[in-house]
Design a protein around this ligand. Structure first.
Ligand SMILES: O=C[C@H](O)COP(=O)(O)O
Length: 252
């Protein structure tokens, strides 16, 4: 398998620029070889300048937690994907369940954002995942497949080969309840099969799929041992340098 694992911290609404600099200074010389594991921090927009300055010249990839689908205009409070690229970002997380839930983002918004991100030479991390209610009704596969189809609509096979999909069951986010590695693998496999149906085998083999939801040093190895899990999108356990380093160095 030629997919490079990708472990990403999603800092959500935590950390300020000073804490960002301190964090990056503490981790930047202890990160794994990027050909073995890609290490990524996605930070709040107000921290991105500090993040890029601190990460300069290191193996740390950097990204934003969200952006808008227009590059510029009268959109008060939004973040331009064009400017994110100019700032040196590599990735943008889109479609996180917190964005879908609290900020009413739709599948259509997420698809537009994915296109804008590619148009600016960045890579999206597209989040998907079901609620507890949907899982209890055993409708999680249909739900996630529909999210993926909507998010990828109109993207080329080449684009899909280079993006990252993060499967994050909402009931496992910040709750301490990790999906079992078998549950996580089952859905990541379904997502890969969906990409194969929509595109082709090669694209499905190339796309990287992360699991997110209470990933921590204690469970990262088990999750990463699964064939269709190529990484983790990590909230709480990415906020401390020691914990982040344990996650990205899970192969040691
Ligand atoms: O994007 C990250 C996820 O929402 C997971 O957060 P968590 O690791 O705190 O459960």
């Amino acid at each position: 398998m030629s997919r490079t694992p990708i472990i990403a911290g999603n800092w959500k609404l935590h950390m300020n620029p000073e804490q960002t600099t301190e964090f990056v200074d503490a981790v930047k010389d202890k990160l794994p070889d990027p050909s073995k594991v890609e290490s990524l921090i996605c930070a709040p927009a107000v921290d991105l300048d500090a993040l890029r300055k601190a990460a300069k010249g290191s193996n740390l990839h950097i990204g934003a937690e969200n952006c808008y689908f227009e590059d510029e205009g009268a959109y008060t409070g939004e973040t331009s994907p064009k400017v994110l690229k100019e700032m040196g970002m590599d990735y943008v997380i889109i479609g996180h369940s917190e964005r879908r839930g609290y900020f009413h983002e739709t599948d259509e918004d997420i698809n537009k954002k994915a296109k804008a991100i590619f148009a600016n030479g960045l890579k999206p991390i597209i989040c998907c995942g079901e609620s507890l209610e949907t899982r209890e009704a055993n409708k999680q596969e249909d739900w996630v497949v529909a999210q993926i189809k909507a998010a990828l609509d109109g993207l080329t096979a080449e684009q899909v080969s280079s993006l990252v999909i993060a499967y994050e069951p909402i009931w496992a986010i910040g709750t301490g309840k990790t999906a079992s590695s078998d549950q996580a693998e089952e859905m990541c496999k379904t997502i890969r099969e969906t990409v194969k149906d929509l595109y082709n085998e090669e694209t499905a083999e190339n796309v990287r799929i992360q699991y997110g939801g209470s990933v921590k040093p204690a469970n990262v190895k088990e999750l990463m041992s699964k064939p269709d899990i190529d990484g983790g999108l990590v909230g709480g356990a990415s906020l401390k340098p020691e914990s982040f380093l344990e996650l990205v160095n899970y192969q040691d």
